[in-house]
Write a protein that binds this ligand. Structure first.
Ligand code: 0PR
Length: 384
């Protein structure tokens, strides 16, 4: 730390210089991110309440009540208005809590968790923290999961299945109906990672884009991850974990005797936690309502369709899967994807590179003019 103070002006100038090379959502150049520019209303509510710490719930009974309301609202979106849960820091914390609950529920009966090889790395992270073993099921050539392959990997040591509703690499949806059937038959815990899809698939169903079931309407589903800081358009950090019952949530709570509200049970992985995040989530859910989110999802699909149609017409490029949500996977037959990615990066695009394809996520900060420009650049680099 420096000894002498630096004026706010000088610090501001240093800051601006240091951040000059950072990408911004406003530029329309961030095409590989699952986050987006926070909705201005969420940002306003967030900045107004930055002092709130829900790690000491007794200090903010009002904010805690709104968190419960936000959870009911998310539960309603996922077919269970009386779900139990919390707004957490993101999909990673939500997945950790879910697998922790699964482990506690199994009571030492086994340690294996079965999930597709497309699982987000937070599942591996959670397993390492919790002493669980991840059994990965390979995907078929069309990148989807065959339920028979899942069943083959179940053993007496299996305690849980994780289904993904909106995979990280391609936005695809696992056969969660089948997962649910297996979970009920075998008494397994089923967690659904809908970090991205939670705010997309319910509206995609209403828009007639998919008829896949993935939520609490399936009897085997015990918990769901749904992230307001992805397609929920709220401020980072904001994830969501929802459990089917209070008993499941109790499995991951810790009793704390000394806080302001008296003896209390805290459920999140982190201690001190942002009340501002929670209030921003609540406020935006109230403000946009289903109609607002549906409109955002509809726009995202328009861009998805546009980009997918363009990619189909560009010689040397291909879609690695038919988009199901707002994610487009672009493969290149004539050159390594690493080269395609670096040519696009040279042109200023912030792309995500997976083994064998580039990922474009059509998030709400993107406009048709950005995607038209992207398509033109893709066409140019594909033939270079
Ligand atoms: N589950 C799924 C299916 C995810 O895709 C992700 C993150 C998580 C869980 C974990 O969520 P948190 O990162 O909130 O803990 N998916 C994004 C990804 O890996 C995260 C991300 C977001 C990466 C924005 C880059 C970026 O610019 O692609």
């Amino acid at each position: 730390m420096r000894e002498r103070r630096l004026s706010k002006f000088s610090v501001g100038r240093k800051l601006a210089r240091a951040l000059a090379s950072d990408h911004s959502f406003r530029s329309g150049r961030i095409i590989g991110s699952m986050c987006t520019a926070p909705h201005p209303f969420a940002a306003r509510v967030f900045s107004k309440h930055i002092e709130k710490n829900l790690g000491d719930p007794g200090l903010s009974p009002g904010a805690m009540a709104l968190e419960a309301e936000a959870i009911r609202s998310l539960g309603g979106l996922l077919s269970l208005p009386d779900a139990h849960g919390y707004v957490v820091t993101g999909g990673t914390e939500a997945n950790i809590l879910a697998l922790w609950a699964a482990r506690e529920r199994a009571g030492g009966r086994g340690r294996e968790v079965v999930v597709s090889e497309a699982a987000h790395f937070s599942i591996d992270k959670a397993a390492r923290m919790l002493g669980l073993e991840i059994v990965k099921v390979p995907l078929g050539r069309d990148r989807t999961l065959d339920p028979a392959e899942v069943e083959k990997r179940l053993s007496p040591r299996t305690i849980a299945l994780v289904g993904i509703a909106g995979t990280t690499d391609l936005g695809l949806i696992d056969p969660i109906e089948e997962f649910s059937r297996l979970a009920v038959e075998r008494g397994l815990y089923l967690h659904v990672d809908a970090a991205l899809g939670g705010f997309v698939i319910p509206f995609a169903r209403e828009l007639g884009r998919t008829n896949r079931a993935f939520d609490f309407s399936l009897p085997g589903v015990q918990s769901i991850t749904i992230d307001p800081h992805k397609m929920g358009m709220s401020v980072i950090p904001a994830g969501g974990i929802l459990f089917r019952s209070r008993e499941l949530l109790e499995l991951v709570r810790i009793q704390v005797p000394y806080l302001s509200g008296g003896e209390t049970a805290l459920p999140t992985v982190v201690g001190t936690r942002s009340g501002a995040s929670v209030l921003a989530v609540w406020a935006l859910l109230e403000h946009l309502g289903r109609r607002g989110y549906r409109a955002a999802v509809e726009r995202a699909y328009e861009l998805t369709d546009f980009l997918a149609a363009e990619v189909r017409t560009i010689p040397g490029l291909n879609l690695v899967a038919e988009p199901v949500t707002n994610v487009v996977g672009i493969g290149a037959a004539a050159m390594p994807c690493e080269r395609l990615a670096s040519l696009l990066r040279e042109k200023g695009w912030a792309v995500s590179l997976f083994p064998g394809h580039l990922r474009v996520v059509l998030m709400p900060h993107l406009r048709l003019k950005h995607i038209k420009k992207l398509a033109a650049d893709l066409r140019a680099v594909a033939s270079s």
